[in-house]
Each structure stands twice: as C-alpha cells, then as structure tokens.
Design a binder for this molecule. Structure first.
Ligand code: XIL
Length: 371
C-alpha cells in the first residue's frame, strides 16, 4: 500500500510533525488546566506549534484594514489561505490577463507575520471566469494548463501547499460531471498535478474535497485515485479534508479516514473547517476534529474557514471560533485545550450518521459559488 509513496518526491519539503514532548506528561495529569500550566500555549498558533503543526485561517485581503480582524489573525494563526482571492475568477478574469493584487496582499501580510500560505485553488468547477465556461476540448485543456502555470508560477516558492484540484468527486465516489471532466476526460486531474509540479516544485500538491469526513463512498473514490497516482508516479503530496461540519456531524470514522490516507504515503490537512451550531455541541465537534488531526502524525495542520462569525460564508450558522465581536467562543477553548494536549480520548462522537458535511443546497445543486 505504501510502496509508491516510499519512492517519494525528493524535491518536496516534507514537514514531519513532531510529537509534542509534553503530551505524555499532560495526558498523565488528565484534564489540563491550561491557564496554569507552564507548557500550555495561550494562542492557537502557539499551541499548534508545540507539535510542529500549523493553525490557519481563510482570509480576505479586503478585511485586513479592520483592526480587530488583523490583530486576531496575527495573534492566533500561523498560516493563511485566500478565501477567494487566488481562485480562477479572481486571478485570470480575462484569458491570459492575470490579476494578483488580492493574493499578493495576503502573501505579503503572511510573510510579515511569519505565517505559511496555503494556495486555494488552481482548478475547480466553481468560480471559473465566464470565458472558461464556454471552452471545449483542447482549448479548455490549454487554458487550464496556462492558468496553473500562471498562478502557481507567480507564487512559486511562497506556498506551503496548493489545492491543485478542488471538489472533483461526487457523493458516490464517481467523478463530478463538470466541464473539466466532460471536455477533458479522466486524465485532467493528473494533468493538473503535473502542471502544478512543473510550475512550483517546492509546494506540496493537494487534492481537496468536502463530505470526506469519514470512510464513505466519496472518500473511497478519492483514496483509489491517490493510490493510483502514487503507484504511477503522478506528483501528489497531500489530501485536504474541507470539513464543513455541523454540531451533529458524525466523526466516528474521521480519524481512521485521515489515517488510511496517511498510510498511503501522503500528508493530510484539515483545510476548511467550520462547524454550524453553538455552545458545547459545537465545541465538541471542533475538539474531535482537532484530536483526530493530532493523533495522525501526517496531519500537518488545520485551517478554519474564516476568523469571525461576522464574515463567515455560512451566514447565520455561527460556525467559527470567534463571534461577530471577536470574542473567543467555547469552541475556541476546546480547540486550544486539545492542541495543548489536554484530551487523551479519541475523536469519536455520538450522533447522526447522515449529514456529515455542510454545503448549502444551492451550492450542491448548481455546483456554483454561493456569494
Ligand atoms: C466559498 C467562500 O467562502 C465564499 O466567500 C464564496 O462566495 C464561495 O466559496 N469549498 C471551497 C471554498 O473549496 O472555496 C468555498 O469558499 C467553500 C466550499
């Protein structure tokens, strides 16, 4: 199962998550009173760094002028991703004309704060500019490859990991019938990964998707693709699990799912975490996801899909760690405590076996962005 992975991609920077030196001691003391412990960090980034992981947030460059937004970002996070600013519609609104203003602002801010930058996303069926949607066959292939070359090339050397391809699978594990799939055939995903590898040999290259929050038909399909890519030497380094969840989400196979991908020989990342709900129920799902990542040595970090409920794409579901007034929520403290190594129990949650992932109905049906 790991044979191809062991050949590796020597040019890539492999971030080995270092086990927290303090974890055994903390586990032995049971519940960690993080306020009183010499070992406990009091920020998400500080706590994540203890095990060599990042804790990131999706951000918008237009919000960096808001003092509370930026001070929370700088204090709590050591990784960022552009919520929209590096997508195809934002970076190449007209064919061959690249606009990097928003993405560049994010990269500059991150570098000034010692943060990593995840790249999101090179190829996706949604948020394509209008001119892409009308292209067929080889014209679309050329456009896709040129886009990857333009964007990944522009940011080469500055991105820790790229979501090269986003959301290309259906619930049943088959390929999503997007324009990319229909015009280019099954080979388009590996073509995209090879192009990204050529454009930025230093970035880790991820496949990213939602509703992969356990062992299910969809994650099975992605698993088979990764296994095949590794066996054939297609460059892939990581799988992103978006993890748009709700407080009733079933996490009973969440860790096991991360682990099976890690065992194939790729890193795993929690890339777009948010949890609709409130209070203890919401906090418990956040805790479960955090503990699952910590339990998998190749889980290199967690990104939440926004900083504050004020600007969440999930509107009134209050899915993030800071409320609309930038106050820390119960979920924040659960994550901090878990990152500090307090909780020894596994990530399993009782609950509804259905609906493990949240996407608005309009998103599912149209396959398009909800704005
Ligand atoms: C969302 C953004 O948060 C919104 O602002 C935008 O209107 C639509 O896209 N999966 C992804 C992300 O990979 O890019 C999406 O982000 C959320 C779902």
């Amino acid at each position: 199962m790991t044979r191809a992975a062991e050949q590796g991609h020597p040019r890539r920077r492999i971030r080995t998550a270092v086990a927290a030196l303090t974890s055994a001691a903390l586990a032995a003391t049971g519940m960690l009173a993080f306020a009183g412990s010499a070992h406990a960090a009091d920020t998400l980034r500080g706590a994540a760094e203890q095990s060599g992981r990042y804790y990131g947030a999706a951000i918008g460059p237009q919000l960096l002028g808001e003092a509370d937004y930026t001070s929370t970002l700088n204090a709590e996070f050591n990784s960022v991703v552009a919520e929209n600013a590096m997508k195809w519609d934002a970076t190449e609104p007209n064919r061959g004309q690249f606009t990097f203003g928003g993405g560049d602002q994010i990269v500059a801010h991150a570098q000034s704060q010692g943060m990593e930058v995840r790249g999101h996303t090179l190829v996706w069926h949604a948020q394509q500019p209008g001119w892409v949607q009308g292209l067929g066959g080889d014209d679309l292939r050329r456009a896709m490859l040129d886009h990857i070359d333009g964007v990944a090339g522009h940011y080469a050397g500055q991105i820790s990991s790229w979501d090269v391809v986003n959301e290309a699978f259906e619930w049943d594990g088959s390929r999503r019938q997007s324009n990319l799939q229909q015009q280019l055939g099954d080979g388009w995903i590996e073509e995209a990964f090879r192009a990204a590898d050529a454009a930025d040999p230093a970035a880790k290259l991820c496949y990213n998707d939602f509703s992969t929050d356990g062992i299910n038909a969809k994650s099975d399909g992605i698993y088979r693709m990764v296994e095949d890519f590794l066996a054939r030497g297609v460059p892939i380094d990581c799988v992103g699990f978006q993890s748009h969840l709700g407080q009733d989400s079933d996490l009973s196979t969440y860790q096991q799912n991360l682990q099976r991908f890690a065992d194939l020989g790729v890193d795993v990342e929690i890339t777009e975490l948010d949890v609709g709900g409130s209070g203890a129920a919401q906090a418990n799902v956040y805790r479960g996801v955090t503990e699952a990542c910590l339990a998998v040595s190749r889980c290199t970090g967690i990104t939440v899909w926004g900083i504050t409920d004020k600007y969440s794409w999930r509107g009134d579901e209050s899915p993030l760690l800071f409320d609309a007034n930038y106050q820390k929520k119960e979920a924040y403290y659960a994550v901090l405590e878990a990152l500090n190594g307090a909780a020894a129990e596994g990530p399993g949650q009782d609950g509804d076996l259905s609906a493990t992932s949240y996407h608005p109905a309009s998103w599912r049906e149209s396959g398009q962005a909800v704005s």
